[in-house]
Design a protein around this ligand. Structure first.
Ligand code: NAD
Ligand code: 0WE
Length: 276
């Protein structure tokens, strides 16, 4: 990651919102949270279970937040409690960040057609796509007009990435949901967008079988000849969640060093990526 400088400003002054999906300091949601906090946003966080509470609590405290909710997105009671907490504390909110994805490990390897089970498909789509619809609806009920929501997606929704498998299908559903949510909430001036990030070394990207190859290949084939910096993702989120993003909605914005735009990598870069 580039030098972690979050210049302070007032782009998010007076705005309050919920960040879902911080697991540790490497989480994309955490880079976004710091960027928003540096611009004056007031934040609340959800975490998934007691094991992650210990990690998220000090991070939240470091940006002046003491509002943390245990929230597994498959648990309706925890979702109810999370949004009730926000309503009780703030009345209204201005933004939502959704940075949550999961598929069973057995679903993320080998043949898509052979290995994708009904339960694996259901659970991946439930946690990784439906949860944005559900959280988005709940957020919209307590959102000021002029609010904004952002989710995180990946190119595997548009093109085949080896082993991404059912997660690619879930991300396609997530991006389509983003467009339908944008249409429904547009009349209230609530904007809904997705950021399609290139591969970033987080917990969710750890333990990918082909991880080393993927980061090397992405670096070689990207227009920037470099991997994706989470700071760029955080900057895009700031744009989309602040008034800088006015009139932008239903969009899937790529922050991937231009990887998505390339049809064929430069020969020398590709060769270098295949060596070693
Ligand atoms: P991360 O592991 O830091 O974050 C993933 C989060 O999902 C964790 O906080 C985890 O607790 C949460 N989560 C999983 N199942 C959940 C459930 N049932 N209920 C509540 N929370 C649950 O990894 P990350 O890379 O920061 O991932 C954040 C988002 O970014 C994901 O949507 C991911 O698909 C997306 N993304 C990641 C990359 C990458 O290469 N890292 C690239 C593009 C998009
Ligand atoms: O969206 C993701 C990963 C999300 C994810 C990660 C895990 C790891 C642990 C979802 N479910 C699980 N389940 C687990 O058990 N990314 C964009 C990162 C990622 O994951 C890949 C990638 C990339 C990029 C998996 C295979 C190929 C490429």
């Amino acid at each position: 990651m580039a030098e972690q400088i979050f210049p302070t400003g007032t782009l998010m002054a007076g705005k309050r919102g919920l960040i879902m999906g911080v697991a540790n300091k490497n989480s994309i949601a955490w880079a976004i949270a710091r960027q928003l906090a540096a611009q004056g946003a007031e934040l609340a966080f959800t975490y998934q279970g007691d094991k992650l509470k210990r990690r998220v609590e000090p991070l939240a405290a470091s940006v002046g937040s003491d509002t943390l909710c245990d929230c597994d997105v498959t648990n309706d009671a925890q979702m109810d409690a999370t949004f009730q907490t926000l309503k009780d504390k703030w009345g209204k909110i201005d933004f939502l960040v959704h940075a949550i994805a999961f598929a069973g490990k057995d679903q993320l390897a080998g043949s898509f057609i052979e290995n994708t089970t009904r339960d694996g498909f259901k659970s991946a789509l439930d946690i990784s796509a439906y949860s944005f619809v559900d959280a988005g609806r709940r957020a919209s009920e307590i959102m000021n007009d002029g609010g904004a929501m952002v989710t995180l997606t990946y190119l595997g929704s548009e093109r085949v990435i080896p082993n991404y498998n059912v997660m690619g299908v879930a991300k396609a559903a997530l991006e389509a949901s983003t467009r339908y949510m944008a249409a429904d909430l547009g009349p209230r001036q609530i904007r809904v967008n997705a950021i399609s990030a290139g591969p970033i070394k987080t917990l969710a990207a750890a333990g990918i079988g082909s991880g080393r190859h993927m980061f090397r290949f992405n670096k070689a084939a990207a227009a920037t000849q470099d991997n994706t910096d989470p700071m760029g993702v955080a900057g895009a989120a700031l744009y989309l969640l602040s008034d800088l993003g006015l009139s932008c909605t239903g969009e899937t914005h790529h922050v991937d060093g231009g990887f998505h735009a390339i049809g064929m990598p430069q020969e020398d870069a590709l060769k270098a990526s295949m060596e070693g």
